[in-house]
Write a protein that binds this ligand. Structure first.
Ligand code: TRP
Length: 329
């Protein structure tokens, strides 16, 4: 079985794009891989959350992923800061990372450009901490989005450098986990492009019914088909794509036929779509709320996850300390 490790940002709520994209693949992958999922709360310190937000963000993200189907029995689901082996390993790795290569990382250069008033050293060494997360479990595969590919590349570089430096063959090259065709792209409601946090076009798992209805009713459409069987414009195609994910197949074909014979009324389509999204999201949202309010469950899950993660991490750390030459008297 391969070890797959996925680091999850500790801020931001899940929208349908995340849900039908990465998260459903995470859920599936648990059955035939040795999975580690963790919430990267140390990484979030680069942006200085308040003590209150730091904890609540972790709690929210954990609850959402559990509600979406991550299974604490099948996988190791843990919080990064519950595993003290990670920062210790980071300290060892950071000695072999060069300032020049860290400065050349695109994510770092972006930060220098967008927030020149706060270029902290945590931002500079962010890829080293990420490499520590990955290498401490000697992960085979890491699912990452486009924006994190370079950071994963750095982890591979640090792994090879360590092996080379100490003339060992200890770390494997962690490879990107590619979902390939399984990666469903969910469009946004603003006519073009995919659903995203920054685009502000998202439907969130925690959105209440009223919010969902409002967002869907405001979705961009076009002026309507005038000739039978005319090609479907992008905004309408996008509504059909979302419908394909949440509605009954008959509902989708009904509206597609209505479009084809020009009798479609977008108001009706949107009303139906909104109701189907509400039906889809409601049980997930209820699970999220249930988990958020169940401190005992969250404690149990994070404790079990930390135990699994520490068992694997402490073994690596022990080996690495030995390879480097640390000896106790
Ligand atoms: N940097 C990743 C992000 O912003 C989160 C992350 C931290 C991560 N450590 C990781 C992802 C290790 C994969 C592996 O999304």
């Amino acid at each position: 079985m391969e070890t797959v490790l996925s680091g999850i940002r500790s801020t931001g709520n899940l929208h349908l794009g995340n849900y039908f994209g990465a998260v459903r693949n995470f859920v599936k992958m648990q059955d035939n891989n040795n999975c580690f999922f963790f919430i990267a709360d140390y990484h979030s310190l680069t942006t200085y959350p308040t003590p209150h937000d730091l904890h609540n963000n972790v709690k929210m993200v954990l609850a959402e992923y559990l509600a979406a189907g991550l299974d604490p029995e099948k996988s190791a689901i843990f919080v990064q800061s519950d595993v003290p082996e990670i920062p210790e390993f980071y300290l060892l790795l950071v000695m072999n990372a060069y300032v020049g290569e860290l400065e050349r990382t695109t994510t770092f250069k972006d930060k220098v450009r967008t927030q020149p008033e706060n270029v902290n050293a945590g931002l500079l060494t962010y890829p080293v901490l990420m490499a520590a997360d990955i290498l401490i479990h000697n992960a085979d595969k890491v699912p990452v989005g486009k924006d994190q590919e370079q950071n994963l590349e750095m982890a591979r570089k640090f792994a090879r450098r360590f092996n080379h430096m100490y003339k060992v063959d200890y770390f494997k090259d962690p490879e990107p986990y590619n979902f390939g065709e399984d990666l469903v792209k969910v469009p946004g409601l603003d006519g073009s492009g995919k659903m995203g946090k920054t685009a502000g076009n998202g439907l969130y798992l925690i959105d209440d019914d009223k919010t969902i209805r409002q967002k869907v009713m405001r979705a961009v459409t076009d002026s309507g088909p005038t000739t039978p069987n005319s090609p479907v414009s992008e905004p309408i195609q996008n509504l059909f794509l979302i419908m394909n994910l949440v509605s009954q197949p008959e509902t989708l074909s009904f509206y597609k036929e209505k479009y084809a014979d020009c009798s479609i009324r977008y108001g009706d389509l949107k009303k139906q779509l909104a109701e189907d999204i509400v039906t889809y999201i409601t049980p997930i949202r209820e699970r999220i709320t249930g988990i958020i309010n169940d401190e005992a469950y969250l404690r149990k899950v994070s404790k079990l996850g930390a135990e699994k993660a520490r068992a694997s991490a402490s073994k690596t750390l022990k080996d690495v300390r030995e390879i480097i030459g640390f000896k106790t008297f």
